[in-house]
Ligand binder design. Structure first.
Ligand code: ZN
Ligand code: FE
Length: 254
């Protein structure tokens, strides 16, 4: 069984501490910052076998160096980022499988936010770590790739089984909710979810994980083929991908 602990880091980042309990193998996803991560590792396990990075941005790899020094961990990341993920030991490519003890994940290559962005998909556990590509009710900014790449990457995630749980890199849900409502104010699922999100945020609790199924009903970036959304944008005849690009641009200045 895979145990998962959410570690809030920096302003709004989430790092995730994983432990395969059968083998006592411990891994961390995107350690933003040494101190909060070390505090929990030290308290719970006193070891860290692997550091997994979804992409090279500082707020996802900031704790790599010191954690590796202290726990002699192995650092994993995309082969395209072998020169920019600090202290990387093992490079990963699309569809590659890797084991954290008895729990195995598949690498899903999802460029767009950065050129070497990957997700970690634990198929048996029905869990995916999506970094800065798919957020609750949103998606990451397109920094290094193209809108087309980001659209295709989101589609890969959208096609996972609907009961897959998503653990993303940031707590952006409240702001994302406002954006979704702006262009889909009549979405019942979204309206229903607003109360839940607001109560989570008020009590300072994470709004993750969410499921692929929920996101397909509420996340506007996964709903670019909806006629009502096309209409709200005055782009009734646009393609799904054109709608995505338009929404991504609008979100950048929202
Ligand atoms: Zn990032
Ligand atoms: Fe980030």
């Amino acid at each position: 069984m895979l145990n998962i602990e959410i570690i809030p880091c920096l302003n709004d980042n989430y790092s995730y501490l994983l432990c395969d309990q059968d083998t006592n193998t411990v891994a961390i996803i995107d350690p933003s910052d040494f101190n909060p991560c070390d505090k929990i590792i030290n308290k719970k396990y006193k070891k860290l076998d692997y550091i997994l990075n979804t992409h090279h941005h500082f707020d996802h790899v900031g704790g790599n160096k010191k954690l590796k020094e202290k726990y002699k961990s192995k650092v994993l990341g995309c082969e395209l980022d072998k020169d920019r993920i600090p202290d990387i030991d093992i490079t990963l490519k699309e569809k590659q499988n890797f084991k954290i003890g008895n729990a195995s994940f598949e690498v899903i290559f999802i460029p767009g936010h950065t050129k070497g962005h990957i997700a970690f998909y634990f198929k048996d556990e029905k869990i995916v770590f999506t970094g800065d590509t798919l957020f609750s009710l949103g998606c990451g900014k397109v920094f290094e790739g193209t809108h087309e790449q980001m659209f295709n990457s989101l589609n890969k995630l959208k096609n996972l089984p609907i009961d897959t749980k998503i653990y993303c890199g940031h707590e952006y849900t409240k702001k994302n909710l406002e954006f979704c409502l702006e262009y889909e104010s009549n979405n019942e699922f979204l309206i229903e979810k607003s109360n839940w999100i607001n109560s989570k945020i008020e009590s300072n609790s994470p709004t993750v994980p969410i499921s692929i199924g929920e996101e397909k009903k509420t996340n506007i970036f996964l709903r670019c083929n909806e006629p009502s959304i096309k209409n709200a944008l005055n782009l009734d005849n646009a393609s799904e991908q054109e709608i995505f690009s338009k929404l991504r641009d609008l979100k950048d200045s929202f």
